[in-house]
Design a protein around this ligand. Structure first.
Ligand SMILES: *[C@@H]1O[C@H](CO)[C@@H](O)[C@H](O)[C@H]1NC(C)=O
Ligand SMILES: *[C@@H]1O[C@H](CO)[C@@H](O)[C@H](O)[C@H]1NC(C)=O
Ligand SMILES: *[C@@H]1O[C@H](CO)[C@@H](O)[C@H](O)[C@H]1NC(C)=O
Ligand SMILES: *[C@@H]1O[C@H](CO)[C@@H](O)[C@H](O)[C@H]1NC(C)=O
Ligand SMILES: *[C@@H]1O[C@H](CO)[C@@H](O)[C@H](O)[C@H]1NC(C)=O
Ligand SMILES: *[C@@H]1O[C@H](CO)[C@@H](O)[C@H](O)[C@H]1NC(C)=O
Length: 322
């Protein structure tokens, strides 16, 4: 028992294990003893939440969105209102940055994990594109890379994305890296799409681990840019085609948002409160969005097929990038 929680031991263990890469991210992990030997707390959370094929759904939650009636509540509610999406909650791991948020999470959800922030303070509303926002986003990229290194595939989702249908039915089978778009030009292979890092499905393999590191490294070359902007800078880099990383851009017909809504209620899988700045605006419009969805779900099967419903949002959300 006295060994549990000693990071020093974990560093020792990860050094002696074959995975040297893992050591780089060892600051995320604290060791704990289990029947199987030693595994990090994070690994234990992931093992419990994982689907059979080692896939998890991940979101990161910061303090300001973790209040009753706020974005996180709506996020969880969407899984319950969606068509056959409730089971996906069993595979959702919520990453938090502080104790208070983690406690809020645990009261509502079973898989929550608090990541060390190395002195950074992500408490309070982190305003879009401020240095703290950028720091948080890059920490997220770094963290997600460590998840790939642990051998887990994941769907990363922002918390302001409503899950209305099972997205796994829409993903491409052969792609390494699939990402939703603010604007989709009709060609899922076309690098000139406008991706949005808030929703991506990444399989764990050499190519994606390499790419995530390359992405993270590139942040140093483009100080002041967010991960989305850096992605756009590096997406044409010859190394990426050299590494044969297969990227696919997801259609807004299925993975829509306030920038470009998914028009057909019979197709929509997720809806993102993108092109929207400010919690109050997001909460307001996401609530309306869920009401629209409830109206649709209440229709008979025949009326659903024939329905010509349209979203009554965005309303409070103005067309700004987020
Ligand atoms: C919900 O999902 C089931 C199973 O995939 C499907 O048969 C049904 O048509 C769906 N309903 C709607 C409204 O999409
Ligand atoms: C972090 O920031 C919040 C609000 O911005 C403040 O209330 C809190 O005391 C800070 N925490 C630390 C550890 O500095
Ligand atoms: C889609 O984009 C890819 C990559 O740019 C290109 O090779 C392909 O021809 C495009 N497909 C269509 C149908 O335009
Ligand atoms: C790529 O991954 C395989 C296992 O999937 C591993 O055996 C191989 O060494 C890796 N190659 C490189 C260059 O990392
Ligand atoms: C990232 O940067 C580190 C340290 O500068 C370097 O060792 C590594 O090779 C880089 N990785 C990639 C994929 O660019
Ligand atoms: C579709 O829209 C038309 C006109 O806006 C309306 O008359 C009709 O009832 C709608 N159909 C359904 C199934 O809601």
């Amino acid at each position: 028992m006295f060994i549990a929680g000693l990071p020093v031991l974990w560093v020792f263990l990860s050094n002696s294990a074959s995975s040297i890469e893992f050591h780089t991210f060892s600051h995320y992990f604290t060791a704990q003893s289990t029947k199987a030997g030693y595994e990090s707390k994070l690994e234990s959370v992931f093992r419990t939440a994982s689907m059979k094929d080692k896939t998890v759904i991940i979101t990161t939650l910061n303090d300001a969105w973790a209040k009753p009636g706020s974005v996180f509540d709506l996020f969880l509610e969407s899984f319950r209102l969606g068509n056959e999406t409730q089971w996906l909650l069993n595979h959702l791991v919520v990453i938090t940055w502080d104790q208070k948020t983690n406690a809020y999470c645990l009261a509502l959800h079973k898989h929550c994990y608090q990541v060390e922030t190395k002195g950074a303070n992500f408490t309070g509303e982190v305003l879009f594109m401020t240095p703290t926002y950028l720091h948080m986003m890059w920490r997220r990229t770094e963290f997600l890379t460590s998840v790939l290194e642990m051998g887990y595939n994941f769907v990363f989702t922002d918390t302001d994305i409503m899950w209305l249908r099972d997205p796994f039915k829409q993903f491409y089978e052969d792609a390494d890296f699939q990402i939703a778009c603010d604007a989709f030009n009709g060609n899922s292979s076309d690098i000139y799409n406008y991706p949005n890092g808030g929703f991506k499905y990444i399989k764990s393999n050499n190519r994606t681990i390499w790419f995530n590191k390359f992405w993270f490294n590139s942040s140093k070359e483009y100080p002041g840019l967010g991960e989305q902007a850096v992605f756009n800078k590096i997406k044409m880099h010859p190394l990426i085609s050299h590494m044969k990383l297969k990227i696919r851009f997801l259609s807004t017909s299925y993975f829509g948002g306030f920038c470009e809504p998914s028009k057909d209620f019979n197709k929509v899988s997720t809806m993102h409160a993108n092109c929207c700045v400010g919690i109050d605006n997001k909460v307001n419009d996401l609530k309306i969005l869920l009401e629209d969805w409830k109206k649709y779900m209440a229709l008979s099967e025949i009326d659903k097929k024939q329905s010509n419903l349209t979203w009554s949002v965005p309303q409070s959300c103005r067309f700004e990038n987020d």
